[in-house]
Design a protein around this ligand. Structure first.
Ligand SMILES: NC(=O)c1ccc[n+]([C@@H]2O[C@H](COP(=O)([O-])OP(=O)(O)OC[C@H]3O[C@@H](n4cnc5c(N)ncnc54)[C@H](OP(=O)(O)O)[C@@H]3O)[C@@H](O)[C@H]2O)c1
Length: 236
């Protein structure tokens, strides 16, 4: 299948590599392919420049966000949460009629807040929107011709594409969205990644809970020690 991954960050790279391994034709989207390939410095999380990573993944094609979206039959959104609505809106025509699986978190970095939460890398970013809206719903409102599914977001990049790497894969993944066919596409992809316990949370409004879990995910990560892989299991 032709799958577009919009984004070049660490999460996007995990999906790109796994999708290529599964035999899919992967089209990656970035703002400016030439500028992305010209970068030589790691990002703030220490992620190496995309060009050197791409050189080790032959067959993966790099385009603008809109060109990648046009080529994908299924699209994954891995654009920085604060900038995702604007960037995706600019590719609305190319995304029309397609399923868009969104895993972004609407983090606002370097917030000036009254009661900061110190983390190993600075102050915890705030969520905006939060509680009364979600990024997933904002994207759906901006792209009414696209079928938005929120998924992947509760799991970190290494294990979202390889759930069996922890606990034998006995943990839970979530999907939410309005269109049943689109949710089925996301579920099929998750099963191909190795997920067995996929909980359908219902309509896209549940994206609020999935995005707000980001803070709890960080808290668990800090408690276990940075870099420790873990999953969450809904026991019922
Ligand atoms: N990594 C994970 O494990 C993980 C897990 C769950 C959720 N998330 C969330 O998923 C999202 C993506 O995460 P990620 O780690 O894959 O990548 P990321 O580093 O958060 O985002 C990188 C992508 O955002 C794009 N971008 C940055 N600023 C932009 C702007 N002003 N306009 C348009 N595009 C812009 C970059 O474009 P260029 O390609 O042009 O540089 C790049 O493709 C984030 O919201 C993150 O919080 C990540």
């Amino acid at each position: 299948m032709k799958i577009a991954v919009l984004g070049t960050g660490g999460g996007a790279r995990a999906h790109i590599a796994r999708l290529a391994e599964l035999g899919h034709e992967v089209h990656v989207g970035t703002r400016d392919p030439e500028a992305t390939l010209a970068r030589t410095d790691p990002d703030m999380m220490g992620t190496p420049p995309f060009g050197s990573w791409l050189a080790e993944h032959p067959g993966v094609e790099l385009h603008t966000f809109a060109d990648a979206a046009a080529r994908g039959e299924l699209v994954i959104n891995g654009i920085d949460g604060h900038n995702a609505v604007a960037a995706l809106s600019a590719a609305a025509d190319q995304l029309a009629g397609k399923t868009l699986i969104d895993y972004a978190v609407p983090f606002l970095y370097n917030p000036d807040i009254e009661h900061p939460w110190p983390t190993p890398w600075g102050v915890m970013p705030t969520l905006d929107p939060c509680d009364r809206d979600s990024l997933g719903e904002q994207i759906q409102r901006a792209l009414p011709r696209t079928k938005v599914v929120k998924a992947f977001v509760t799991q970190e990049q290494d294990t979202v594409v390889d759930p069996k790497a922890i606990g034998g894969g006995d943990h839970t993944m979530f999907v939410a969205g309005t269109d049943p066919g689109a949710k089925q596409q996301a579920t099929d992809l998750l099963k191909a990644y190795g997920w067995n316990d996929i909980l359908d949370l219902g309509p896209l409004v549940a994206a609020r809970g999935m995005e707000m879990y980001a803070h709890m995910h960080s808290a668990i990560g800090f408690a276990l020690g940075f870099g420790t892989h873990f999953g969450i299991k809904v026991v019922r």
